[in-house]
Design a protein around this ligand. Sequence first.
Ligand SMILES: Cc1ncc(COP(=O)(O)O)c(C=O)c1O
Length: 546
Amino acid sequence: MNLLIDVNVVIDICTQRKPHAEPSAIALEIAKLNHVRLWLYAGSTQTLEYNLYRHLRQENLEAGRPLTNAAVLANARRLLSEFVKDKQWLAALAAEGPVFDTQDPEDAQLIRAIERFPLGHIRLLTRDERLLTEYPDQTISPDAYCKLGQPDQRLDFIDLKTQQDAIRPALEQQIHRVLHHGHYILGPEVRELEARLAAYTGARHCITVASGTEALLISLMALGIGPGDEVITTPFTFVATAEVICLVGATPVFVDIEPDTCNLDARLIEAKLSPRTKAIMPVSLYGQPADLDAINAIAARHGLPVIEDAAQSFGATYKGRQSGNLSTLGCTSFFPSKPLGCYGDGGAIFTSDDALAQACREIRVHGQSQRYVHTRIGVGGRMDTLQCAIVLAKLDRFDHEIAQRQTVARRYHALLAPQEASRAKPPSRQADPPTQNSLCALAPLRETFQLLPWPQPDRTSVFAQYTLRVPDRAALQARLHAAGIPTAVHYPVPLNEQPAYAHLCCPDCTPVARQMAREVMSLPMHPDLSAADQDRIVTAITAVPI
Ligand SMILES: Cc1ncc(COP(=O)(O)O)c(C=O)c1O
C-alpha cells in the first residue's frame, strides 16, 4: 500500500497547525507501522517550499518576531529537509505537465500521478474537500485514515519494492539516460555493465545476453556441442539447465546431488562419463557454488569443459573466487527475483578464454562476425540497454544486499536450529559416494523440519533461497499461507521425473534428488526482510504442529 502526501498535510505537520497537525502526524505514524510507502510528488517541491515559507512568515508577523525573509526561508527549508528524510519521491512525468486546461493544475497532476499505480494501491492523503469528494477512491483524509482497520499483513516472498526505494534516484537516472541517448541495443550501458561485471568476477570477459537460459544455450553453442553429444548435469534444478542441452540436440545425463548442498555430487560423475560426454554443467543451487575444484579436476582428466550454471549464485564465492568465474564458462541470470536482477529478462556469460568469448559475442548476434557477415549459426540473444542500465543501478547496493541476505540466513538458522528435527546427519561430503546405508539418513523425516547444513566452510552463499526440508510440506505450506506467509518449492519434481525428460534416466538412479524434491520448501528471503517479519515467520513455523 502507498500514500501520496498532499502539500496541505505536509504544511500542517511542519507548522504543527492546529487542529490538523495531530491527525496528520498520527496517520503517518500508523502508515509507517504498517509498512505503507509514503510518497511526495517531485513536481510539488516549489509549492511545498513557497507555502511553508508563506505560512511561517505570516506566523512571525503575527507573533511580532523580527525574523528576516531569508531566515524564514532557511527555516522552511530545514523543516522540509527533515520531513522528506523517510519519504519516497514520486517522479513528475511528462504526462503530468500539460494540466493548465484543468480546473486546478496542481490537483490534476496529483491525480494523474496516482493513476500510474494499479487501482487501490495508492491514495492521496489530503484535506482538500474538493478532491476528497470528487475522487473518493483515490483520496483519503488523515482523520479517515486513522480510523481504518489493520491492512492486509501478507508478507512478500521476495520484496523488490524496498530495494527499489533504496536505489530510486540512480534507477530513474539510468533509465532516463537511455531514453535520452536512444542506443537501445548494445548501447554504452551494455559495455559498462560487462566491464564492471568482468571486474567483479575476475573473469577476462563478460558477455551480457537475453536471459540466463540464453547464456547456457550460447555457451553450449560456443563449445560446439550438438547432436550425439552428452552433457553431465543435475536433475535438481530449474528446467532451463537441461532444456538447453536438448535444444542443441545433445542429451542431458543426470547425476545425483549431494544431500547437504543439493549440488551435483562430484563423486558420482566419472561413472556416468562416456565417449560421447562433451561437457559437465553443474548448478550452484540456492546460492551456494557447487564443488567446482572437484568437478574441474574430473573435467581436466577427461579433457572436458565445465559450464557453471550460476543463475542463483552470482556474488557467492568458492575458495575466495567468484561464482561465475570458477570454470571454463559461467552463466548467470538477471531474472528479477535473482540476487542480482533486472526488471525483465537478462543474463551474462563469463569466461577467460578469448576464443570462447569471441564465439559467444558472435552467437548472441546471429553468428555475425561483422555487419552482415554470418560466420556461424547464432541467435538473437542480446540483453537490451535498458535492462543493463537497471542492473548498473542495482550494482552499487549489491555487496550490501549479499551481506544482508547472509545476515537473514544466519538469523533463520539460529532461530530454527533449536527446533529442528533431530536425526542422523546426512553423509559427509568427504566420505565415499553414498551407499544404500548412508542414504538411510535420507529416510523421510517424521518430525517437523530439518535445516539444510550451513554452506561449506570453503564457500559463501548468496542465499537466493533459504530452504528447509519438511516431511509434511503441503500441511506446513497451507498453515503458513493462512498466516500470510508465502513459501515456494525449488523444485517439486526432479527433471528425470518430468514428462519431457523421464525417458533419459530412471527416478531411482538419483535417489537424493528424488527425496529432496519431496521435502524442500523455501521461506521468504530477501535483503530487506526485517527481524520482526522473520520472527513472525519463525514463530509460525515452530508453533505449528505438523
Ligand atoms: C538454476 C537456473 N538456471 C537457469 C535459469 C534460467 O534463467 P532465466 O530465467 O534468466 O532464463 C534459472 C532461472 O530461474 C535458474 O534458476
